[in-house]
Design a protein around this ligand. Structure first.
Ligand code: GLC
Length: 428
C-alpha cells in the first residue's frame, strides 16, 4: 500500500499535527475571512497592519505545547486569503517585517518547532485579496467583488508571477520544509489556472521531499486527481478533508487507501474569534484522532492565536489534556493505521504490523469480546498505559458464544473516560 506516495511515510507514521491560523485578522477577532466577507475597504484593513504588534509571540512556547500534546508536525499560515505575509517577502511590504513588530514570524516559527524536533509546514493561500492583479471577479468573498472599479482585469499572470515568486522564497529562504499546504481551488480557478505544473516543478527542484496537499486542484470539497487512475503532476501527496472525518476513510478508484489528513478547528473558527467558546474538549479530540487513524488518516488540529501572539488559554488546556492521554497511549496512534479486523461495537481498532490496539470506549459487563480477532492468532494482551498483562478468558458465561476471544479486564479503574487501550500482539 501507498507505493505511489513514497514521500508520505513519515506523515502516515506521525498522524497528529498542529494547524496555526494567525495574522492581521486576529485583531478584529472574527475569524480569518473578515476582510472578504465584510467587504473591507483597503484603507480600513490597513489600519490593522499599522497596529499589528504581537508582543507576546513566543513560538518556543507554542512548539513546547504542540510537542507536549503529542503533535509531531505543525503548519503555520505564511499568507492567508487577506494577502498579509508572515514572512519577509521581497515582493511586497504587506508583511510582518514592515509592521511595528518587525519580525519574520515564519522564520521564528520554523526555528522553534524544529528545535523541539517537530516537522514543519507552511500554509500558503493561492487566493489573495490584497494583490491588485488578483481578480475580484467570481471569488465569492473578494472584498471588492461588488465594486465596479475592480472589475477591470489586470493580466492574471502578474499575480501568478507574484504567487510563484513567493512560493519560491518560502522554498529557498527557510531551510528544509516538510509540508506546503496550498489553499484553495474553486470554480475555474484550479490546476493550470495557477500554472500548477510550473509551480510544482519549481517546488520539487528546491524541496524534493516536501509534501504538498491536493488543493491546487480542489478545496476541502473534492479529492482531486490524486484518487484517479493517472493523477496529475500537481495532484499532491495527500487529500485534505476539512472539518469532517471521511466516514470510510479515502481510497482511490482502484479501492486502495490514499494518504489523507482531516484539518479540524478546535472551536468553530480557524482564525482567532474572541466570541467563539464552542471548543471540542480533550475527550472529543482524542476520540476523533483515533477515528482518523483507524480509517488510515491524520488529524491536523487548529489553534488560532490572538493579536498579542498568545494561543488561547482554553486551547492550551485542551491540548495539555490530550497530551496526558497521548503520553500513556500514543503508541495506539504513531505508526498505526487501518486494522485488518472490523470495527468492534465497543470502540475502535488501530493496527501497526502484528500489534492491534483495541481502544475500548464502552466498559464491558463481564469479559471483553475481541470481536473479529481469532483467539488462536493472539500471542499476548497488555494494557497500553502500564504494560500489565491481560489474559484471554473463557468461563461459563462465554461458553455460549464460541469462536470469539475474550479478555478479562481485571481493574476497571484503568478505564479512563476517554479510551482504555489494550495492545493485542498477534502470533507470527
Ligand atoms: C478553508 C477556509 C480557510 C482555511 C482552510 C483550512 O479553505 O476557507 O480559511 O484556512 O479551509 O483548511
Amino acid at each position: 500500500m501507498y507505493e505511489n506516495f513514497p514521500r508520505s511515510k513519515w506523515f502516515r507514521h506521525d498522524r497528529f499535527g498542529m494547524f496555526i491560523h494567525w495574522g492581521l485578522y486576529s485583531i478584529p477577532a472574527r475569524g480569518e475571512w473578515g476582510r472578504g466577507t465584510e467587504c473591507y475597504e483597503d484603507a480600513e484593513y490597513y489600519k490593522y497592519f499599522e497596529e499589528f504588534n504581537p508582543t507576546e509571540y513566543d513560538p518556543a512556547a507554542w512548539a513546547k505545547l504542540a510537542k507536549a500534546a503529542g503533535m509531531k508536525y505543525a503548519v503555520l499560515t505564511a499568507k492567508h486569503h487577506d494577502g498579509f505575509c508572515l514572512f519577509d517577502s521581497a515582493f511586497t511590504n504587506f508583511k510582518s517585517t514592515t509592521t511595528t513588530c518587525g519580525r519574520d514570524l515564519v522564520r521564528e516559527f520554523l526555528d522553534a518547532f524544529r528545535a523541539e524536533g517537530l516537522k514543519v509546514g507552511l500554509y500558503y493561500s493561492l487566493i489573495d485579496w490584497n494583490h491588485p492583479a488578483y481578480p475580484a471577479y467570481q471569488h465569492h468573498s473578494h472584498p471588492h467583488r461588488n465594486n465596479p472599479a475592480y472589475i477591470e482585469r489586470r493580466p492574471f499572470d502578474e499575480y501568478l508571477d507574484y504567487m510563484h515568486g513567493q512560493v519560491k522564497e518560502l522554498c529557498t529562504n527557510y531551510g528544509k520544509l516538510d509540508i506546503m499546504w496550498f489553499d484553495y481551488s474553486y470554480g475555474e480557478m484550479r490546476g493550470e489556472k495557477w500554472r500548477a505544473t510550473e509551480l510544482i516543478k519549481m517546488v520539487r527542484s528546491y524541496q524534493p521531499d516536501m509534501l504538498t496537499d491536493n488543493r491546487l486542484e480542489v478545496s476541502g470539497e473534492g479529492f482531486g486527481s490524486l484518487i484517479e487512475e493517472t493523477p496529475s503532476f500537481y495532484s499532491g501527496d495527500f487529500t485534505s478533508p476539512e472539518c469532517i472525518i471521511p466516514p470510510e476513510g479515502i481510497v482511490n478508484v482502484k479501492g486502495e487507501p490514499v494518504p489523507w489528513e482531516a484539518c479540524i478547528t478546535l472551536n468553530d473558527h480557524w482564525g482567532y474569534h474572541s466570541g467563539d467558546t464552542n471548543y471540542k474538549d480533550e475527550k472529543v479530540v482524542v476520540r476523533k484522532l483515533i477515528e482518523c487513524v483507524s480509517k488510515g488518516g491524520n488529524m491536523l488540529l487548529n489553534v488560532g492565536p490572538d493579536a498579542k501572539g498568545r494561543i488561547p488559554a482554553r486551547s492550551r488546556e485542551i491540548l495539555e489534556g490530550v497530551g496526558r492521554w497521548m503520553a500513556d497511549n500514543g503508541e495506539c496512534v504513531y505508526g498505526c493505521g487501518i486494522s485488518e479486523f472490523p470495527k468492534p461495537e465497543w470502540g475502535r481498532y488501530t493496527q501497526n504490523g502484528k500489534d492491534i490496539y483495541a481502544l475500548v470506549m464502552d466498559q464491558p459487563v463481564g469479559p471483553l469480546a475481541l470481536l473479529g480477532i481469532p483467539g488462536e492468532r493472539i500471542e499476548s494482551c497488555r494494557f497500553v498505559s502500564d504494560g500489565s498483562e491481560m489474559k484471554l478468558y473463557n468461563d461459563w458465561r462465554t461458553s455460549n458464544y464460541g469462536g470469539i476471544a475474550y479478555v478479562n479486564v481485571p481493574r476497571y479503574e484503568l478505564y479512563d473516560d476517554i479510551y482504555t487501550c489494550i495492545k493485542i500482539t498477534l502470533k507470527d
